[in-house]
Design a protein around this ligand. Structure first.
Ligand SMILES: Nc1ncnc2c1ncn2[C@@H]1O[C@H](COP(=O)(O)OP(=O)(O)OP(=O)(O)O)[C@@H](O)[C@H]1O
Length: 243
């Protein structure tokens, strides 16, 4: 089996006196969709933040494509976060003043792409996520599902190697959640992007190739998930991307 793209070993992290991770280890392979499940407070978000180089663990190591993330200087970390990682949160966290197309174009502009090219590419990605026609809407004018698909387009527009998704369907009804998950899985498979997906919803976890469970800051169980037999192939999760 190939080396993992991202490997965390023995992660320990406390928030003040509250332990969040107590020695968690996890691997993510290139192109793999991995679900991280566990009860509220089990450390899922803290694990994602350590893996994405957003926070540094107190102890343990995080290795990404041969580099020790936990030791990298902030400048290199933020560069990696811009070029190799995409992040989606539960509430999208789009910039409220910007239209859909400008939200998606933003990471490209930050990477030095011209405004015209960035907006054109952003439009293509909105189309891939079934939200073409909504380019001019601001987040306050979108449904939760639309906003989340715009967030996915923003996370994927730069062609990242890994997308970190923290409860991406947590604020959506089940139909919108299904559409968002289908769009995410379809696009990740197409572009070979690995996804670390945090969820407490078994139906959402079933979209993943593999699942690990956290309990009290430790990985307690590991197993294949719903679409395991399709791991690494071009096949898709159940529903159609809505257009
Ligand atoms: N910024 C913070 N300050 C203080 N305590 C925190 C902070 N962030 C997380 N914690 C605590 O750390 C522990 C792990 O939190 P974390 O958010 O990683 O868990 P989680 O599994 O993602 O939970 P949830 O599903 O509720 O989001 C919890 O006890 C939480 O209260």
């Amino acid at each position: 089996m190939s080396n993992p793209l991202l490997a965390a070993r023995g992660l320990v992290k406390a928030h003040g006196s509250t332990p969040a991770l107590r020695g968690a280890s996890v691997d993510l392979r290139a192109g793999e969709i991995l679900a991280v499940t566990g009860a509220s407070g089990s450390g899922k978000s803290t694990l994602l933040h350590c893996l994405a180089g957003i926070v540094r663990p107190d102890e343990g190591t995080v290795e990404y494509a041969g580099e020790r993330l936990d030791r990298l200087p902030e400048k290199r970390l933020s560069e990696l976060r811009r070029t190799d990682f995409g992040v989606v949160f539960q509430f999208g966290q789009l910039i409220p003043e910007l239209t859909a197309v400008d939200n998606v174009a933003l990471p490209l502009l930050l990477a030095g792409t011209s405004r015209t090219a960035a907006r054109e590419r952003a439009g293509e990605w909105l189309e891939r996520f079934g939200v073409r026609g909504q380019e001019a809407l601001r987040p306050g004018e979108m449904s939760g599902g639309q906003a989340q698909r715009v967030s996915l387009a923003r996370a994927l527009v730069t062609g990242p190697k890994v997308v970190f998704a923290d409860e991406p369907t947590g604020a959506l009804d089940s139909l919108a959640g299904e559409q968002v998950m289908t769009a995410l899985v379809h696009t990740a498979r197409e572009s070979g992007t690995a996804v670390l997906l945090i969820t407490h919803d078994a139906q959402v976890a079933a979209y993943a190739d593999r699942e690990v469970s956290l309990r009290d800051g430790l990985v307690t169980a590991e197993g294949t998930s719903g679409s395991a037999d399709t791991a690494g192939s071009a096949s898709e999760a159940p529903a159609e991307v809505s257009r």
